[in-house]
Design a protein around this ligand. Sequence first.
Ligand SMILES: *[C@@H]1O[C@H](CO)[C@@H](O)[C@H](O)[C@H]1NC(C)=O
Length: 320
Amino acid sequence: MMHSASHLVALAATFSSALAAFQGFNYGSTFTSGAAKQQSDFEAEFKTAQGLVGAPGGGFTSARLYTTVQGGTANDPISAIPAAINTKTSLLLGIWCSAGDATFAAELQALKSAITKYGIDFTKLVAGISVGSEDLYRASPTGLLNKENPGAEPSTIARYIKEVRDAIAGTSLAGAQIGHVDTWTAWVNGSNKAVIDASDWIGVDAYPYFQETQANSVANSKGLFDDAVGATQAAVGGKPVWITETGFPVSGKTVGQAVPGLENAKTYWDQVGCPLFGATNTWWYTFQDAAPATPNPSFGIIGNSLTTTPLFDISCKVTK
Ligand SMILES: *[C@@H]1O[C@H](CO)[C@@H](O)[C@H](O)[C@H]1NC(C)=O
């Protein structure tokens, strides 16, 4: 019996790609000034993230986006797409769904244009498509209390998911995994079941930092995170759960018992992030949120300027 070396290599490649998980960060479409990011901005961010010193797992080679429309245009594809092609960055696309049907139509047009313009160079990089981001949370009492925008109804999100499926049918993006991103509190709310039913995967955003009605010190944060993901898993009937946002602020205001700072951000990274990286599809919040101005709280693992040196050791090596 003979196995050629190339056969074994091919088998190994199949095996490892089946095991590999997407690992990346979230990327907004604008700077804190409101200026739209251009292709060169996205390319610089993606390349710098890929070069992060001490990065665990396979490195941070994936980008989650919130919108498919380039800032400053009506419905042009976001320039993060050609930037991803040039830097071999995989994409969790985002379709913005909290601003009504006309805005959704522009998102859909941008997606169709991107497929036509960039073809398989683009579509082979797509990890999935998120139809919406925290829209159900924003429509909930807590979201309304926090004066977020009005969000969207579950029936609307389910309808939008179907429209995206119809739009990509017969294109090189057909079969892309379509889901929705929301807070764990939205996923455990039975009134949102239509969105679970319409989704291939479930994206969960979980921030113990913001859970001020609970004992949310950094020491308790891993437990709160696991509870949130566990509750989501129990509510979604075996659909894959992806971690689309989580993180801990490097600076900013204290919320309940959660005190921002580099040491606590590293603790959260080590306890919550390290077990996820390479094992579960994860887009951390976040790579950079402080360009040019630092928000409060700030979650970026680098500061105001692009650098491959993170603010704390991200290597996931046990230090004690
Ligand atoms: C549950 O979901 C429905 C539909 O999204 C929403 O109207 C309602 O406010 C949610 N309830 C809670 C407690 O979040």
